[in-house]
Ligand binder design. Structure first.
Ligand code: CA
Length: 240
């Protein structure tokens, strides 16, 4: 049974891609997997479609005419109601700089063209899984670290009673670090736990997401410590 058909309602995916043959290929494979797929050819159209009906995931080409994929990503992450939409970026560019920029803007994963449809389907499935299930079964539990409160049922994070808009990946990363508070986590461990994926994402990806998570945590960001040459640790006590 496919990933999507195991759920009650199929996840809704919006594909934003100006090259029609690629859009059709992506739509075909995602639909076959049981997802409900819509396609748009421009960034502008994409934002309108997202405003009308919030998708469960966005597959976003970066190189679009006019309003680029970067612009779409930036706009999404700026809007509190849309900041949590998971995004898988499609990029023809193999350039490290472009991937990093996409991740900096809050993409959850990326696939470099030319890609195998199978790989894209796997990536989409993994990102959706992460977005739809908390890192640890909730059961009414709450994680706290000083002013930071994570409600594992509601998938909400508050810092000093202000709700924080985290992407699904940032949320999983924070929960993973908090669950293992005081213990150093290697980048590989974080990839396996927060990303639920074992292959091919570079550890640099972890650094980018930790950087974003820290900046969102504001003056509490330094609770996440870098352990040089190894990984990251959420400080055992706030007053250390
Ligand atoms: Ca394009």
């Amino acid at each position: 049974m496919s990933e999507a058909s195991a759920r009650k309602a199929p996840a809704r995916i919006l594909v934003v891609e100006d090259e029609r043959d690629i859009a059709a290929l992506v739509a075909y494979h995602l639909t076959k997997e049981g997802y409900r797929v819509r396609t748009t050819e421009s960034g502008q159209e994409a934002l309108e479609a997202i405003g009308a009906e919030k998708p469960d995931l966005l597959v976003l080409d970066l190189m679009l005419p006019g309003f680029s994929g970067y612009d779409v990503l930036q706009e999404l992450r700026r809007r509190p109601d849309l900041a949590d939409v998971p995004v898988v970026v499609l990029t023809a560019r193999r350039d490290e700089a472009d991937r990093v920029k996409g991740l900096e803007l809050g993409a959850d994963d990326y696939v470099t063209k030319p890609f195998s449809p199978r790989e894209l389907v796997l990536r989409v499935g993994a990102v959706l899984r992460r977005a739809q299930s908390p890192a640890v079964a909730g059961g009414g539990r709450t994680l706290r670290a000083g002013a930071i409160v994570v409600d594992l049922n509601a998938l909400r994070v508050e810092v000093a009673h202000e709700e924080l808009d985290l992407t699904p990946t940032e949320y999983r990363l924070l929960v993973t670090l908090l669950e293992r508070r005081g213990r150093v986590q290697s980048r590989q461990q974080l990839l396996e736990n927060a990303w639920d994926i074992h292959a091919r994402i570079e550890t640099r990806t972890v650094d980018m997401h930790v950087q974003r998570l820290r900046s969102k945590l504001g003056n509490h960001g330094d609770l996440i410590e870098t352990v040089r040459g190894f990984g990251y640790r959420f400080r055992a006590r706030e007053d250390e």
